[in-house]
Design a protein around this ligand. Structure first.
Ligand SMILES: *Cc1c(COP(=O)(O)O)cnc(C)c1O
Length: 493
């Protein structure tokens, strides 16, 4: 072998210190500049897909390209090629503008690249994560000793809950899977619960039909009477109620299921009680809003996403349980090649993942920088803007169909109006804002959620103008005018 082969590291992958510093400064400046452009530009991309695919197909990776040019190219493609979740008029699906400390957390985690599978290799990182989880558990009024871990998101945390519930009901689930149950296991969610529960039941091996979809009370909350009846009927038919899931902050409408009533039903059925508070869980930060989550302290486990209202970078969820011993039962394993654990349990033996990224640093830095008071302000500010929007739309004859105490509005314009999917499509096409269509209690509605901590009154006023303008039934002449439409406001930053 040629002995120069090991002379130098590959410079493209491991540039010199001077070159690294230069590129980092360049990238930081470029990203800040782009951030300004995003806030003053379109929420929805103006990507020419054909041009983009042609450019992308030139990357055949047969020869190296210049990193500086590549970074600039990449930033440009993201500027033009994604819905801008960090835009103050993205009124979307819980995806936040991330808090700045959490962005820096990603950089730190990437630089050290710690492996959080085993406690012995990353004791400081794992201790930080465990500390944050236990502080969040405490804030949520879960019993002392509650523990858990960071996940890639709410779905992974919810999946973890189901594995725990199945293992608790029958520890042989771990060894023989669903055959551990002589009669079919059943999991209860409301009609408004997250659709991922069906996938989770499939992945857990109990099948999608194990999910019992419970009726709501007509206002988006699980009907506890319907839940009690479904559980009773299942028990009478020999099925096993494994887990009851209450949602605290439904995805479509931000509604909170009756947490205490569900807890009671779970207890009398001997079922695991899980609360999916992926988005709404952030209300624990606010003294004013915490009472809305009363009953959360009764849960066997809770899902809270940091990458939603807690505004960390994606994906960052949390699974927290008041019965952490079950994690070892469900996920315990030994591997000869892994460094043996010490006092802290090894995350690879208490969770679904093996290799783990240092996700918890994002919430640690955000939470430590803002403190609970800062997060309370962030949450309450969102609600104040939501109230402003609700009041102003109501004054103008719009109907807010969901009685949500949290920050999602499902609205309908005064009659007569265009179909809501047309209104939403027109707003999105304008590039001025992003809102969704959703179905709430059988009706298609426009769903609006303030997800960006920098959205302000001017953005709300712009949104109201857009909603009004695009809900009016179009005449032929309106359509004629449409192509030359100017943006309503341009935003100065
Ligand atoms: C977002 C959400 C989920 C899914 O979480 P991901 O982080 O997207 O995996 C589950 N349940 C609720 C209530 C949610 O809002």
């Amino acid at each position: 072998m040629n002995n120069t082969a090991f002379d130098m590291p590959v410079e493209a992958l491991f540039p010199t210190e001077a070159e690294r510093s230069r590129l980092i400064a360049m990238l930081a400046a470029e990203l800040e500049n782009t951030r300004d452009q995003i806030c003053g530009g379109r929420v929805t991309p103006a990507l020419d897909c054909k041009r983009f695919k042609a450019e992308l197909s030139r990357f055949t990776f047969t020869s190296p390209v210049n990193l500086e040019e590549l970074l600039n190219w990449t930033v440009q493609q993201l500027r033009d090629g994604i819905v801008q979740m960090t835009h103050p008029r993205y009124f979307g699906l819980f995806n936040p503008a991330p808090g700045f400390p959490s962005i820096l957390a990603d950089y730190i985690a990437a630089t050290f690249n710690p492996q959080l599978a085993a406690a012995k290799t990353s004791p400081a990182a794992i201790a930080i994560e465990n500390h944050v989880i236990s502080q969040v558990a405490h804030r949520a009024s879960l019993p002392a000793g509650s523990a858990g871990h960071f996940t890639n998101g709410g779905s992974e945390a919810n999946f973890t809950a189901l594995i725990c519930a199945l293992t608790k009901i029958s520890v042989s689930f771990r060894d023989i899977g669903a055959r551990a149950f002589r009669t079919p296991p059943a999991v209860y969610v409301s009609r408004e619960a997250h659709q991922a529960w069906f996938k989770i039941a499939h992945q857990a091996g109990i099948g999608r039909l194990a999910i019992r979809v419970i009726e709501t009370d007509g206002e988006g909350r699980m009907s506890d009477a319907a839940l009690a009846e479904a559980v009773r009927a299942d028990i009478a038919n020999g099925a096993i109620p494994v887990m009851i899931v209450a949602t605290a902050g439904t995805t479509a409408a931000g509604m909170i299921d009756p947490l205490r009533a569900c807890a009671k039903i779970a207890e009398s059925a001997g079922a695991w009680y899980h609360i999916d508070a992926a988005w709404g869980g952030a209300a624990i930060a606010s003294e004013q809003l915490r009472p809305l989550l009363a009953g959360i302290e009764l849960a066997d486990s809770v899902t809270i996403d940091a990458h939603k209202w807690f505004a960390t970078t994606m994906g960052c969820g949390m699974f927290i349980t008041s019965q952490p011993w079950i994690l070892k039962e469900a996920f315990g394993i030994t591997a000869s090649f892994m460094p043996a654990g010490q006092d802290i349990p090894d995350p690879y033996t208490t969770s679904m993942l093996w290799s783990r990224r240092f996700l918890g640093l994002r919430l640690f830095l955000n939470l430590a920088t803002a403190g609970w008071p800062g997060y309370a302000q962030h949450i309450e500010r969102t609600l104040a803007l939501t109230d402003l929007l609700r009041t102003q739309l109501s004054e103008q004859g719009w109907v807010v169909v969901n009685p949500a105490a949290l920050g999602v509005l499902c609205v309908l314009p005064p009659f007569p109006h265009r179909p809501v999917h047309e209104i939403t499509a027109a707003i999105i096409a304008s590039g001025e804002a992003w809102v969704a269509v959703t179905n709430f209690e059988g009706r298609d509605v426009i769903r609006i959620c303030i997800t960006n901590g920098q959205t302000d009154q001017v953005d709300i006023a712009t949104l109201i103008e857009l909603l009004k303008r695009h809900s009016v039934i179009q005449t032929a002449s309106d359509n004629h005018l449409k192509s030359g439409e100017e943006p309503l406001y341009s935003r100065q930053h």
